[in-house]
Design a protein around this ligand. Structure first.
Ligand code: DAH
Length: 354
């Protein structure tokens, strides 16, 4: 029969030869795992060594052909190498997965964030809110009325009948013509004074209101005029109200608005709904910057007894004062703006400055 090991030698490698082969295959596998630059490359390398047709798997397959007594030692060496390869593969895979999850461009987390640009209140809104805040401090509340008004509330009730010359200076846009029978026309209100009437018609005295709002005139637009602009109206009705109350109130509010060294003065004037009537001038560092000591800023006066009659207040009992001024004019002086049209153009280069 001859040497019984004859076939064994033929069929199986000897252990020494197999062990010698493990190291170079392992080194080659480790090198390829390390060299893989992405997950797909790593998978290829894994298949080339540990896949069913891989080089390392081929060595493992030879184990079974070893003589029984050599198997444990060879198997141990083989398993150690396999564990080493699997660990190397797994850790390279984690590295590459992490790399794949990272943004391709590195972020600099110390850079300031990109913020959403916040809008701002329009300068006219800011001034209006400041005015309202000052009046609230001394007990006034905000009242409101329609911009499309009727002639009665805009003129007649304010003691300005149809043939009164004061109507010419406030010519406006008529929305509908009144009927010959006497119903009054609708128009865009020329001043916020109409709200004085509406408030007094709807409540009994005392009254302490301010009315910020939009008004309309048939003016051509230029640096100081615009067909729409804004006013603030004030009305105070109680017993024993005097011009002193009016002056003190106006002075308080203008000092708040334009700075503590602001001075005001009253000049006699005429309005059909007040008697006596005044124009208010004020003087401050701002007016001097505009080259003037005094600037006219508002109209005012003591509520005319006829106006009280028209709303059903007894003129012998109730007294009051009223004023009205333009918000644009205040804003222009405050911010040094020389063209009223800038307020309405919605040019962000202008608006962002406030
Ligand atoms: N309504 C006037 C105007 O538009 C301003 C005004 C003057 C309002 C005197 C008043 C006032 O309440 O008493 O020019």
């Amino acid at each position: 029969m001859g040497d019984p090991d004859r076939f064994a030698h033929f069929a199986s490698p000897n252990m020494a030869g197999l062990l010698d082969e493990i190291e170079p295959v392992k080194v080659a596998a480790l090198a390829q795992f390390a060299a893989a630059s992405d997950l797909a490359g790593l998978e290829q390398a894994r298949a080339a060594f540990l896949g069913s047709h891989g080089r390392f798997t081929a060595l493992m397959k030879q184990l079974s052909a070893l003589p029984k007594e050599e198997k444990p030692a060879a198997g141990k060496a083989m398993n150690e190498a396999k564990t080493e390869l699997e660990n190397a593969w797994a850790s390279r895979r984690s590295e590459l997965e992490l790399r794949a999850a990272l943004p391709s461009q590195l972020a600099d987390f110390s850079l300031p964030g990109r913020r959403r640009v916040l809008g701002k209140l329009h300068p006219l809104t800011q001034v209006t809110e400041d005015i309202v805040r000052s009046f609230r401090k001394i007990g006034f509340v905000v009242a409101d009325g329609p911009e499309i008004e009727d002639e009665y509330h805009c003129f007649d009730a304010l003691n300005t009948p149809a043939d009164h010359p004061a109507r010419d200076t406030q010519d406006t846009f008529y929305v509908s013509a009144g009927e010959a029978g006497g119903q009054s026309s609708n128009l865009l209100r020329t001043h916020t004074s109409s709200v004085q009437i509406r408030v007094m018609e709807s409540q009994s005295p005392p009254v302490r209101i301010i009315v910020p709002g939009r008004v309309y005139r048939r003016d051509n637009a230029d640096a100081t005029h615009n067909p729409t602009f804004h006013q603030v109206e004030g009305l105070y009705v109680d017993r024993n109200v005097t011009v002193g109350d009016l002056k003190g109130t106006v002075e308080f509010v203008f000092k708040e608005l334009m700075g503590p060294e602001t001075r005001i003065r009253f000049r006699p004037h005429y309005f059909s709904y007040t008697e006596p009537s005044f124009e208010i001038d004020f003087s401050s560092a701002l007016t001097r910057k505009m080259g003037k000591e005094w600037l006219e800023i508002a109209g005012c006066g003591m509520v005319h007894p006829q106006v009280f009659e028209n709303v059903g207040y007894v003129p012998e009992v109730w007294t009051g004062w009223a004023f009205g001024f333009g918000i644009e004019r205040i804003a222009m002086i405050r911010y040094g703006i020389n063209d009223i049209r800038l307020f309405y153009e919605n040019d962000l280069r202008f608006l962002r400055q406030f």
